[in-house]
Design a protein around this ligand. Structure first.
Ligand code: MG
Length: 304
């Protein structure tokens, strides 16, 4: 006779390219199992995606734990939304900005404890032309940077290569015209970059807006309408803090839906991946995903 199953079953999918530390994942899994979870790690096979793995395992599990960074979460997103399975995050990426937005600590043992605690909260996702994003979607400079900076170049040239490519693109960057339709108005703007954020952080420590959250039911848009590319250097500290909207040459507003049109199709970068082209229709998907996360007190900002 079989014992009645009482343990919750967790599917663990780890980005195969994530750097495996010396037993750090193993320690996190041990902690999860000691907390009463039945953890089944499934590898992403040849020719399939993380989303495929989640869809295949969905009927037999109670939650999904993703080990990886923002790119890995982005790849898992469609299956998480379709299946409605709650998400645990083990931040194993080079950029873990969504985890940071949710105050999930980078320390794997602490991140595992948050999953073990079992506190689930609802978070929003952004969507552009049917592609989901956790952090930000951008058109302009950063999207073009991502397009030029292939994985191969990243591996070969590392940080120096990134800087060279960035400088090259900056030097030839021109403002482009965009029509921005939102909240019943159309604005014609000249911009170097438009970013539409769901959460607070992106791009390895940049900030969409200092008070933005992934649970405010809003997208935060900012547009860099600078005269010269070197103005970006002066804006950089503000772009890190999320206070760029205070400058005259940065347009910033909150909305729930916005369409951006450009004269020629321009790539849209979602959480670091090129996934769409303009015309780009953005919308917020309120409370689209349940994530094991610390209580909101940890996120709360002092009242202004
Ligand atoms: Mg938001």
């Amino acid at each position: 006779m079989q014992a009645r199953r009482t343990k919750k079953r967790a599917l663990l999918v780890v980005n195969p390219r994530a750097r495996r530390g010396t037993g750090t994942i193993a320690a996190a899994v041990k902690l999860l199992e000691e907390s009463g979870l039945d953890v089944d790690e499934v590898k992403v096979g040849e020719g399939e995606t993380i989303a495929d793995v989640i869809r295949r395992a969905a009927d037999g599990v109670d939650l999904v734990i993703v080990g990886g960074g923002d790119g890995t979460l982005n790849a898992a997103a469609p299956a998480l939304v379709e299946t409605g399975l709650p998400l645990g995050v083990l931040p194993l990426g080079t950029a873990n900005d969504f985890a940071r937005t949710l105050s999930i600590p980078p320390d794997l043992a602490k991140a595992a404890e948050i999953i073990a605690t079992g506190r689930l909260r609802d978070f929003d996702l952004g969507e552009v032309n049917g592609h989901l994003f956790f952090n930000v979607a951008s058109i302009g400079f950063s999207a073009e940077l991502a397009a030029e900076l292939t994985e191969k170049a990243k591996k070969r040239w590392g940080v120096v290569g990134y800087a060279i490519v960035a400088a090259r693109i900056l030097l030839r960057s021109r403002l482009f015209t965009a029509h921005v339709d939102h909240d019943g108005t159309t604005e014609r703007i000249r911009t170097m970059q438009i970013s539409v954020g769901n959460g607070r952080h992106y791009g390895g420590g940049m900030t969409v807006e200092e008070t933005a959250t992934a649970e405010d039911g809003k997208l935060d848009l900012y547009s860099l309408e600078v005269d010269h590319w070197w103005r970006l250097l002066a804006l950089l500290p503000s772009l890190r803090k999320g206070t760029q909207g205070k400058w005259d040459d940065v347009r910033a507003f909150q909305t729930t839906e916005v369409t951006i049109r450009t004269s020629r199709p321009r790539p849209v970068n979602t959480d670091g991946e090129l996934s769409a082209y303009t015309p780009a229709h953005f919308r917020i998907l309120t409370k689209a995903i349940r994530v094991f996360a610390p209580p909101p007190e940890a996120l709360a900002k002092p009242a202004p």
